[in-house]
Design a binder for this molecule. Structure first.
Ligand SMILES: Nc1ncnc2c1ncn2[C@@H]1O[C@H](COP(=O)(O)OP(=O)(O)O)[C@@H](O)[C@H]1O
Ligand SMILES: [Mg+2]
Length: 275
């Protein structure tokens, strides 16, 4: 059974690029965990887009409108401090963030934090609290550049990117704070079934990169229209069976993909708790 032991497992979904699938992935992780009766607290740090807040609001509206039972969660938001000088702002952010974490920890098995696609003090803080950091990247060399610049022929790392350096710092802060480690998982998102050559090359490059930057690289999710269609209803692939919709072959394959994702993320208690 889910058990908190006063230590919530903290999942941070982050990278420094908008539109790579952070909020979509976050939502699927949240609903997958809730479906197995884990208590999940949600923090949306993307104060501008608030996609996760909106996703969860859509979910509540859909459940009410269609009178169906859906697992629901509330997303907490934190807005970055804007008062005083930079030092003041950073201090205020830190206080607000740790207060919220202290409040949510005793009542959560998992705390999921969705980050904005840009660098901010709050996002840095969140990264330094992560037990698992999930970084979705789209299937192109442009997105690989978020992690490191690689040699075009050998895929050897030339230079780490700002984001990888930020994660490196977060790992240091985490180690200093509580000797903890961050399981950094880079997942591909929106992989196309068409461009086999590009897919293979990105695959090779990521295999090379993971040795150098210490992340685990996993397969992730394919490009599927269904992910875009589910947002307005607040639904995920995990819910499809609970709605009146007829399930299609493509949705069955997509659900399989989500199950594999959850299994590879390997959160504490997940493997034991078979649905
Ligand atoms: N695997 C996928 N297949 C198709 N569309 C996707 C996929 N993942 C995300 N999207 C779509 O891409 C857009 C950006 O996704 P989002 O999760 O909001 O990214 P981020 O939070 O990183 O900005 C959304 O319109 C979303 O529906
Ligand atoms: Mg987002």
């Amino acid at each position: 059974m889910p058990k908190n032991n006063n230590k919530a497992h903290i999942i941070v979904v982050g990278n420094e690029k908008g539109g790579s699938g952070k909020s979509t992935t976050a939502m699927h992780i949240i609903v997958s965990l809730m479906k197995r009766n884990f208590s999940v607290s949600v923090i949306d740090l993307d104060g501008r887009q608030k996609s996760l807040v909106r996703y969860l609001e859509n979910r509540l509206n859909y459940a009410n409108k269609h009178e169906i039972k859906l697992t629901l969660a509330e997303a907490y938001t934190l807005t970055r401090s804007t008062t005083g000088d930079l030092e003041n702002m950073m201090e205020e952010d830190t206080i607000n963030f740790s207060k919220l974490m202290d409040r949510l920890t005793p009542c959560s098995d998992f705390i999921l934090i969705d980050c904005p696609g840009s660098d901010s003090n709050l996002s840095r803080l969140a990264h330094s609290y992560a037990d698992t950091l999930v970084t979705p990247i789209n299937d192109s060399f442009l997105d690989l550049d978020l992690l490191a610049t690689v040699d075009a022929d050998t895929f050897k790392v030339n230079r780490l990117s700002l984001y990888s350096e930020m994660v490196w710092d977060a790992r240091k802060y985490r180690a200093i704070r509580d000797h903890g480690t961050i399981d950094w998982v880079v997942m591909r998102n929106r992989t196309s079934s068409l461009d086999a050559l590009n897919k293979r090359r990105v695959n090779e490059a990521l295999k090379e990169l993971q040795k150098r930057i210490s992340f685990r690289y996993i397969q992730g999710l394919g490009e599927r229209v269904i992910y875009r269609e589910l947002f307005p209803k607040g639904l995920t692939l995990v819910d499809i069976r609970n709605t009146e919709q007829k399930i299609t072959m493509s949705q069955i394959a997509a659900r399989q993909e989500i199950r594999r994702l959850m299994s590879e993320l390997n959160f504490p208690g997940w493997q034991e708790e078979r649905a």
